[in-house]
Write a protein that binds this ligand. Structure first.
Ligand SMILES: [Zn+2]
Length: 427
C-alpha cells in the first residue's frame, strides 16, 4: 500500500492540518483544525501537526442513525437453529437470550461494536435500547454508562425502545423510568401491540415525548403490506399534536407498496411536518414477511421509497440496524456496506442520488442528531479521510477508513497506510 499520509510537520496556528483533502468533486484544499473546530479551509502553511490526505475524499464522520448496541454481538450465544426465523419468531427467541443479560455482558458486547464502528469512521450513533419487563432497565443503564465512557471518541444518543410494547401499565412505567434515567429520545414499535392497540401505543409515545420534552423515533411498517401501515396515523398525530420537526420514522417499508399517487401525498405531508426518515437497507432486505394469500402482495423484500423521499427534500438518514444478533446475524459496522446495499436495492445509481446517499450517512444523520457537521469553516471537527478519490471510489473500496478524527483528535489511523510522521506525534 502506498503511504499517502505524510506527517510530522510541527507548525503552530492550528492543532491539526489536513493537507490535500478532496472536499468536493472539483476541490482539493487544506483543512485547518483548532481544538474541536474546523477553522480554515484553504491553502495553509502553518499548523502544529499535519497529515497528508493525498487528494483522497474527506467527509464528515459517518453517522449511524439506527442500531441496537445492547443486542449487538449476541451471535456467540445463538445456536444454528436460531437462524432464518421470522420477525415474530425472533422476538420470542430474543426474550430467551435476554436471560443471560447483565450490565457487564451488555457493556462488553456494545463496547466491541462501538470500537468496530469507530474503526469504520462512525463518529456519532443513535442507538435504540430495549426497555421492557424481560431486561428491565439493565440495557439502558449499561448504555448510559458507555455514553459517558466513550464521550471523547463518539457521540452516542440513546433512544428508549419499548421492544415489548408500551400499552401495558408496567411497560409504560419502565419507559418513564428510562426517560428519567436520561434517555435522549422516545423510541416506539407499535406493531408489537395486540391488534387494535397500535394507535394507543402511538398516543402513549406522544405523551411521553411531550412530558419529557424529547423527540420521537418510531419504528413503523416493518411490512410491505400497505393494509397494515401505521404511518398515516403517525402523520396525523404529528399534525394534531404540533410535533413538527420532532418525529422520525424508521423503516416505513409499506410506503413502497402504496400506489404511487397515495404515497406521494403522504410524502408531501411528511415534508410539511418535517418528519425525518431512517432507512436500514440490510435489515429491511432480510426481513421475512409473513405469507399472505393475495398474489399481488406476495412476500418480497423492499425498502421504503428513498428516491421519492429525497426528491421531496425529506431528511433521510441511514443506519446499520442490528449487528450480529437474532434479527440480523451479519454486519461489520460499515456504513459503506449499507450505502452499497441502499444504492443497489433502490437503483440510486445516478450522480445526484450517489451524492444524496453519501449525505444520508453523514450530514443528514448529523441533522437528525442536531450535530454541527460538514466540511466547512466553523463546523465541528469530526472528519474521516477515506480510501477514495471519488464518491464511487469510496463505495467501491474495501470499506476501510484510513483515518478518523473526532473532536479534532485523531482517534483511529490505519498504520499500514501511514508510515511514520503523525503516528509518532499522537502516540
Ligand atoms: Zn432496528
Amino acid at each position: 500500500m502506498p503511504s499517502f499520509f505524510k506527517g510530522g510537520i510541527f507548525l503552530s496556528e492550528f492543532s491539526l492540518v489536513i493537507k490535500n483533502a478532496k472536499i468536493d468533486d472539483n476541490k482539493i484544499t487544506d483543512i485547518g483544525i483548532l481544538n474541536n473546530q474546523i477553522k480554515k479551509i484553504g491553502k495553509i502553511d502553518n499548523g502544529k501537526n499535519s497529515i497528508d490526505a493525498d487528494n483522497h475524499y474527506v467527509l464528515s464522520g459517518f453517522v449511524n442513525s439506527h442500531c441496537h448496541l445492547d443486542k449487538s454481538n449476541l451471535l456467540d450465544k445463538m445456536t444454528e437453529d436460531y437462524l432464518g426465523k421470522t420477525l415474530e419468531e425472533n422476538r420470542v427467541l430474543l426474550k430467551k437470550l435476554k436471560s443471560s443479560y447483565s450490565e457487564p455482558d451488555i457493556e462488553k458486547r456494545a463496547s466491541e461494536t462501538i470500537e468496530r464502528m469507530l474503526s469504520k469512521g462512525i463518529t456519532a450513533i443513535r442507538t435504540q435500547v430495549d426497555v421492557d419487563p424481560t431486561a428491565g432497565l439493565v440495557p439502558i443503564k449499561s448504555l448510559l454508562k458507555l455514553k459517558e465512557q466513550f464521550k471523547d471518541r463518539v457521540y452516542l444518543e440513546i433512544s428508549a425502545f419499548p421492544q415489548e410494547g408500551v400499552v401495558d401499565e408496567t411497560k409504560r412505567e419502565l419507559m418513564e423510568k428510562a426517560m428519567e434515567l436520561g434517555a435522549d429520545v422516545v423510541g416506539g414499535l407499535p406493531l408489537v401491540e395486540e391488534k387494535g392497540k397500535e394507535k394507543i401505543h402511538l398516543e402513549i409515545l406522544f405523551e411521553l415525548a411531550k412530558k419529557y420534552n424529547k423527540s420521537l423515533d418510531i419504528q413503523v411498517d416493518e411490512t410491505n403490506d400497505p393494509r397494515m401501515s401505521i404511518l398515516p396515523e403517525v402523520i396525523k398525530m404529528t399534525e394534531e399534536r404540533n410535533f413538527e420537526g420532532r418525529v422520525t420514522v424508521t423503516h416505513a417499508i409499506a410506503l413502497s407498496r402504496f400506489p404511487t399517487e397515495r404515497a406521494i401525498k403522504m410524502i408531501d405531508q411528511m415534508k410539511k411536518l418535517d418528519i425525518n426518515v431512517i432507512v436500514t437497507p440490510s435489515a429491511n432486505m432480510i426481513t421475512r414477511f409473513t405469507e399472505v394469500s393475495d398474489l399481488w402482495i406476495r412476500p418480497s423484500n423492499s425498502i421504503t421509497r428513498v428516491t421519492e423521499l429525497c426528491d421531496k427534500g425529506i431528511n433521510v438518514s441511514i443506519g446499520t440496524d442490528n449487528i450480529r444478533d437474532i434479527f440480523y446475524p451479519f454486519g461489520n459496522c460499515s456504513m459503506i456496506r449499507e450505502l452499497h446495499m441502499l444504492i443497489s436495492a433502490t437503483r440510486m445509481t445516478t450522480k445526484p442520488y450517489i451524492d444524496a446517499a453519501i449525505k444520508m450517512a453523514t450530514t443528514n444523520g448529523a441533522k437528525l442528531l442536531s450535530l454541527n457537521y460538514g466540511i466547512e469553516e466553523g463546523k465541528h471537527a469530526d472528519i474521516i479521510i477515506t480510501n477514495g478519490s471519488s464518491k464511487l471510489d469510496i463505495l467501491n473500496s474495501d470499506e476501510t477508513i484510513p483515518c478518523v478524527i473526532k473532536n479534532g483528535n485523531i482517534i483511529y489511523i490505519d498504520e499500514n497506510k501511514f508510515k511514520g510522521g503523525i503516528t509518532d506525534v499522537y502516540r
